[in-house]
Design a protein around this ligand. Structure first.
Ligand SMILES: Cc1cc2nc3c(=O)[nH]c(=O)nc-3n(C[C@H](O)[C@H](O)[C@H](O)COP(=O)(O)O)c2cc1C
Length: 162
């Protein structure tokens, strides 16, 4: 089983989650590699695809949405998982708007919403103004145990399917 973990990340925290998922899949006995959505050519060689995006203003990033749109046909015959990286601190864990439709139309095995990270130094000036305005929690809230557990579930599913 070969699995692609592909991600759209504006400031790097989602890319790090994708790398972690790929490493955990490998540890679980699955051949996996992580790549940004814009570097992915053909997904034909993969049995499974894990697609992740950071969440901005309640939505997946444009690059992640575009990846799903241009690969819809090829994704149809594959094991697909989705993940989103967003909520900070004790912010409500609200699924991004696009995900329910994607999960249904791609017949995804699952979607996981992970807590994210916010580093003021990585943000653009307008983003800094916004996060200060809404008093967004600053820090790294990613739960690596939860991420590893989610990857282990994916690995188990793939091994059973093989
Ligand atoms: C301007 C701005 C808007 C955001 N909007 C949301 C949001 O609507 N929902 C959410 O869960 N997280 C939101 N976040 C938090 C990010 O999703 C979180 O910081 C994530 O880890 C960023 O991922 P990245 O580093 O891969 O870009 C927002 C962050 C910023 C800076």
């Amino acid at each position: 089983m070969r699995v692609l973990v592909t991600h759209a990340s504006r400031h790097g925290s989602t890319a790090e989650v994708a790398d972690r998922i790929a490493r955990a899949l490998i540890a679980g006995g699955v051949q996996a590699n992580a790549q940004p959505v814009n570097h992915v050519g053909d997904i034909a060689g993969y049995d499974g695809v894990v697609i992740g995006s950071s969440v901005y203003f309640g939505r997946w990033t444009r690059d992640a949405v575009a990846f799903v749109e241009r690969n819809r046909t090829d994704l149809a015959g594959r094991h697909v998982w989705l993940f989103s990286v967003g909520p900070l601190g004790d912010q409500p864990r609200t699924d991004p708007a696009d995900v329910a439709e994607f999960a249904m139309s791609l017949n995804a095995v699952g979607h996981h919403l992970f807590t994210g990270a916010l580093d003021l130094h990585r943000l653009s000036f307008p983003e800094r103004v916004i996060v200060k305005g809404v008093k967004a929690p600053i820090g790294d809230f990613r739960d690596w145990d939860e991420i590893d557990a989610s990857a282990a579930t994916i690995a188990r599913h793939l091994k059973q399917a093989a």
